[in-house]
Design a protein around this ligand. Structure first.
Ligand SMILES: Cc1cc2nc3c(=O)[nH]c(=O)nc-3n(C[C@H](O)[C@H](O)[C@H](O)COP(=O)(O)O)c2cc1C
Length: 213
């Protein structure tokens, strides 16, 4: 006999025409066992428990070079001409229903690793004024933007975080949630039971909201 939780996962799949929701997580931190990786993975874990398929990308496991500013991506249809792991990440983004993008706050902003990925994302979307703009490539994808910081004050970087949310919206992402984890100067995220529950709930809600849309 199937357990209650297995049955719930099967029911959710059924409601999506037999397909699981595909959620990818990206950690824009150099610390593979650090707070950002843990936070992103907790959200994925919650989503997985609700039947989603998940995949995690760690910046330090990828070879992603900074944008060279050549504009080749907006002068033709070929996309970015740098051949590295950004293709792998772009393929995963194309297949995903939801992207969880996590970055630590470094010097009052996202990490340099995060900025490298975002600059390279410019090649994904020709701006609306470009002759190469394609309506179908601008189909909104849901994005959960999560920051974490040492400082305990959740309002401290609010203007920067709002600005970054807006920047992702310009890249045609539908940014629905921005969980900010604070106070990490007092100890690692993985020692905080409140975060364990809160972040898994974010992941679970992604799936339940996704199927009710
Ligand atoms: C270079 C550097 C700069 C940082 N700048 C800030 C900052 O401006 N404000 C803040 O609250 N925390 C700051 N922190 C703390 C980190 O945001 C925090 O420790 C975070 O959880 C690290 O995530 P990670 O373990 O994934 O690297 C900084 C940490 C580093 C290493």
């Amino acid at each position: 006999m199937k357990s209650e939780s297995t049955k719930q996962i099967i029911d959710i799949k059924d409601m999506q025409g037999g397909k699981s929701m595909n959620i990818i997580g990206i950690s824009a931190s150099s610390r593979k066992e650090g707070n950002t990786a843990w936070i992103v993975n907790k959200i994925l874990e919650g989503a997985k428990e609700q039947g989603a398929e998940t995949q995690f990308f760690d910046f330090n496991n990828l070879d992603i070079k900074p944008c060279q500013g050549c504009w080749a991506c907006h002068k033709g249809d070929q996309g970015c001409v740098i051949k590295d792991d950004m293709q792998k990440l772009n393929d995963a983004i194309d297949r995903a229903n939801v992207i969880v993008f996590g970055s630590p706050i470094y010097m009052m902003q996202m990490s340099a690793q995060g900025k490298i990925i975002i600059d390279r994302m410019f090649a994904r979307f020709s701006p609306r004024y470009s002759p190469y703009f394609k309506e179908e490539s601008a189909a909104e994808k849901r994005l959960i933007l999560t920051f974490n910081q040492g400082n305990p004050d959740p309002e401290l970087f609010k203007s920067y975080i709002d600005y970054t949310k807006h920047m992702f919206e310009l890249l045609e992402f539908d940014v629905t949630e921005v969980p900010v984890v604070t106070g990490l100067r007092n100890g690692p995220a993985n020692e905080r039971e409140d975060l364990n529950i809160m972040l898994k709930d974010v992941g679970k809600t992604i799936v339940s909201e996704g199927i009710s849309k």
